[in-house]
Design a protein around this ligand. Structure first.
Ligand SMILES: [Zn+2]
Length: 183
């Protein structure tokens, strides 16, 4: 199983690379990697297991965060606050369209690869549509808004070498953009 020692931290060069497209059909190794990423998220949200292994709780993980420079992400979000759950392992995810309207979390964002708390608002698209393949090579099409949209955008950013704090306005870190939605 993956633990915190498998997760590379801010400053590691892989976090700043553009990750490679994954060849389909997925190799067994890639499948195992993706399943282990999902399992980490589930474990990290389990009180007992997370305490025993010292796991920080997370709802998303991108392969570059375990030093695998491939375009794969896992999201495990049992409750988005609106009674919806999200449990996805995505291969080669791509944002196909997005709203002009922005959204942000009032408390900012965190990341399993960033140990310190970095204050500041991260403005993202309020709505996105995403196209990807699942672990078996089937087409996945997602329409997301609000919190899950933010989570998926955070993870897809990792595939492009982008960290959440890159989006924070240096001069006005806590100033919401006009018309942006607080999530
Ligand atoms: Zn992250």
């Amino acid at each position: 199983m993956l633990t915190m020692k498998d997760i590379i931290r801010d400053g590691h060069p892989t976090l700043r690379e553009k990750a490679n497209e994954v060849k389909l059909p997925l190799s067994n190794e890639d499948k195992e990697t993706l399943k282990a990423m999902r399992e980490f998220l589930i474990n990290s949200q389990d009180d007992e297991i997370s305490k025993r292994y010292g796991l920080r709780s997370g709802v998303g993980l991108a392969a570059p965060q375990i030093n695998v420079a491939k375009r794969m992400i896992a999201v495990y979000l049992p409750d988005d606050g609106n009674g919806k759950s999200y449990d996805y392992m995505l291969v080669n995810p791509k944002i196909m369209s997005h709203s002009i309207q922005e959204a942000y979390l009032p408390t900012g964002e965190g990341c399993l690869s960033v140990d310190e708390n970095i204050p500041g608002l991260v403005h993202r698209h309020h709505r996105v549509t995403i196209k990807a393949k699942d672990i078996d090579g089937n087409d996945i099409n997602l329409r997301l808004k609000g919190y899950p949209a933010i989570v998926f955008q955070h993870e897809i950013d990792h595939l492009n070498g982008v960290m959440f704090y890159d989006h924070i306005d240096k001069d006005h870190p806590l100033q919401p953009h006009p018309d942006a939605v607080e999530v």
